[in-house]
Design a protein around this ligand. Structure first.
Ligand SMILES: [Zn+2]
Length: 252
């Protein structure tokens, strides 16, 4: 390889890195510009896509959803050791893609999950105590598929406990643990959902994210909610206008 081809390869790699950044920000989150939930007008802070027409979260108005029989979310999950980071906006557990979800004959690799207090999506104008986001990515196109669950006050959840008890002491540093978790133990047996096309709910608010909000909530204890809240008592983006989008409801 001569000097010019090395430079050329470097430029191409740089272009790929920059190009992939916008799609995977929720996964990588290099915080070039600081943002917060006190001033969620992120479009005025250098994140122009946050003012786009297909943003998340939204208020799910159940009387105006389109009720149809939609494909199942087929989770292909198995146990993996917790790699965890407090990224300054939420608590996040990362995975290297050993878990998958199949939707409409397409496979999406599981990347990470994280939490919001209170829920970001509303159901008929009402927020749930918390919301869990399972983030998946199509390895070929880079398209994101996020499955959201409402967490509500009830019995303590052992998986949530494992995650909370591994909260890293230092922010923005991923910690590898020997604690193993299996997301199968978390998911309700009924995975029927609401779905729509939206965006990342954090800057840069990249659009084109397939959002699924499962109808059956997951129970966590009030002590567990308080434990999360002690770190993040408001990390939920306000709901965004639905505009011309349709919201589908899987009923069968
Ligand atoms: Zn989220």
């Amino acid at each position: 390889m001569n000097q010019f081809s090395i430079i050329k390869v470097f430029i191409i790699m740089l272009a790929i890195a920059v190009g992939s950044c916008s799609k995977t920000e929720d996964i990588v989150k290099p915080d070039v510009i600081h943002w917060n939930y006190e001033h969620p007008d992120w479009q005025t802070q250098g994140f122009s896509e946050c003012a786009g027409p297909i943003q998340s979260p939204v208020d799910i108005q159940t009387n105006s959803t389109i009720k149809v029989d939609l494909p199942n979310l087929d989770f292909n999950y198995s146990a993996f050791p917790i790699k965890i980071i407090d990224n300054g906006h939420t608590l996040q557990v990362n995975n290297n893609g050993t878990n998958r979800v199949v939707y409409n004959k397409k496979t999406y690799d599981f990347k990470q999950f994280h939490f919001h207090y209170h829920s970001e999506h509303l159901l008929d104008g009402v927020a749930s105590d918390m919301e869990l986001h399972l983030v998946h990515q199509d390895p070929s196109s880079g398209a994101l598929l996020v499955v959201g669950y409402f967490l509500k006050k009830g019995v303590a959840n052992s998986l949530f406990e494992s995650v909370l008890s591994n909260w890293p002491k230092q922010k923005e540093t991923e910690v590898s643990t020997t604690t193993s978790i299996d997301l199968n133990s978390l998911l309700p047996s009924d995975n029927r959902y609401y779905t729509y096309m939206g965006s990342l709910t954090t800057p840069p608010c990249s659009q084109g994210v397939m959002f699924f909000i499962v109808k059956t909530p997951i129970e966590v204890s009030s002590a567990q909610i308080d434990q999360f809240k002690a770190h993040y008592d408001h990390n939920a983006r306000p709901v965004q206008p639905l505009n011309s989008r349709l919201l589908y409801e899987d009923i069968l």
